[in-house]
Design a protein around this ligand. Structure first.
Ligand SMILES: [Zn+2]
Ligand SMILES: [Zn+2]
Length: 390
């Protein structure tokens, strides 16, 4: 079978301390400090072995994530930009849906022919964080498409416990093909859902919501904020195509922070003006630029406001804590999407038509065009680039 493989050299930066765990597992905790000279190619691979509790999946649609782009892009020293947990070489692809073609002997809930989408966080269920209800903080975490093989391939074996049926999406979208596309958007949408509603426990209907950065996570945050009853949704985005898509999925006002800067004003001023000085009840960081976004967000929080941190960056951000005290405000860190009803709730929201993120898909490629697809995504002229079964 074929798969889209990312290879990189293990070459830790001189100032990076490689832990014993990293050395023995071959996994880098801070990918951007370890992996150098990444390369991407379509390769012939052996079909994955099927464990007793696994299903064999034929991926039908798999989105290209900002993380995939950050594996591929490098800084001036040739280090990849992605700052998180990684082990290479790996088949990339973690936002996907597919058809089950075979099930292991111990699988009881799924059968060949089932349409599913899957979690990307492979939590063990046995370590202390897992047992305490924190699957996204699993100590033995593997991540599909980051540390173990992903879905940009013809087949993928995955534990049945990470799969969620998406049959309900066929009714909403009319065809299996469209349902698979929507199904592939469940993973990034569940990341936003987990951060805004599970970790930060949402906002009251009627509150204002600001979203910084409208890549796919930002789009999902906008759609979810609208479904949850936000009064006004204000988004900040520099790319023109994405500004347009942000409006399409439900933003009321979309502003370009660079244009604001040229006018001598800032996102904080815009939010305060648009909310009659009251600020936003929830502010979502989906730009991965906390040194620039956090100061804007904290200055534009409503009393009782919540900042939700989803974008990833290996940088410190200045935080003026006094403002959090005077505003009874908080900041929530979130990663992942597993547990707490996140996936099934997102699937139901899609099936009921309360959210529809399919308009963000702006380019479609086949697996054979995989490298081309990632190249296209680096140009940042798309909402979501999707790679589909031929
Ligand atoms: Zn992703
Ligand atoms: Zn665990």
């Amino acid at each position: 079978m074929k798969g889209l493989v990312l290879t990189a050299q293990w070459d830790p930066r001189p100032d990076y301390h490689v832990s014993e765990w990293e050395r023995t597992t071959g996994k880098a905790v801070t990918g951007s400090s370890v992996w150098r000279r990444p390369r991407l190619s379509l390769e012939a691979l052996t079909e994955p072995a099927l464990g007793a509790n696994d299903v064999l999946l034929r991926p039908q649609a798999c989105g290209v994530c900002g993380s995939d782009v950050h594996f591929y892009e490098t800084d001036a020293q040739g280090y990849m930009l992605y700052p998180g947990l990684t082990k290479f070489p790996v088949v990339i692809g973690h936002e996907f849906s597919g058809e089950i073609v075979e099930v292991g002997a111990g699988v009881t809930e799924l059968v060949p022919g089932d349409m599913v989408t899957c979690e990307e966080m492979i939590w063990c269920g046995e370590c202390t964080p897992c047992r305490n209800g924190y699957p996204n903080q699993c100590l033995r975490l593997e991540e599909i498409g980051f540390t173990i093989n992903g879905a940009q391939s013809e087949y993928l074996a995955i534990g049945a416990k990470y799969c969620w049926k998406i049959k309900a999406l066929v009714e909403r979208y009319g065809t299996k093909e469209k349902a698979y596309e929507a199904g592939a958007l469940c993973e990034p949408t569940s990341v936003a859902y987990n951060a805004m509603f599970t970790r930060a426990e949402g906002f009251k209907p009627g509150g204002h919501v600001a979203v910084f950065g409208t890549g796919p996570i930002g789009f999902a945050a906008i759609a979810l904020a609208r479904a949850a009853g936000a009064a006004r949704i204000i988004a900040f985005e520099v790319a023109t195509v994405r500004q347009e898509l942000a409006r399409k999925v439900g933003a009321d006002v979309v502003l370009d922070p660079l244009a604001l800067e040229r006018q001598g004003t800032k996102p904080r001023d815009a939010i305060l003006e648009l909310t009659e000085g009251e600020g936003a009840a929830m502010l979502v960081e989906a730009a991965g630029a906390p040194p620039r976004t956090i100061p804007e967000m904290e200055a534009a929080m409503a009393v009782g406001g919540k900042i939700v941190m989803i974008g990833r960056a290996s940088e410190r951000a200045p935080v003026y804590l006094e403002h959090f005290q005077t505003h009874a405000a908080q900041i929530y860190g979130a990663q992942g999407h597993s547990g707490y009803g996140n996936f099934p709730n997102v699937i139901r929201l899609m099936a009921s038509g309360r959210i529809d993120l399919t308009p963000i898909i702006t380019s479609r490629f086949t697996l054979d065009q995989g490298v081309e697809a990632i190249e296209k995504a680096t140009r940042r002229e798309d909402g979501k680039v999707m790679i589909k079964a031929a």
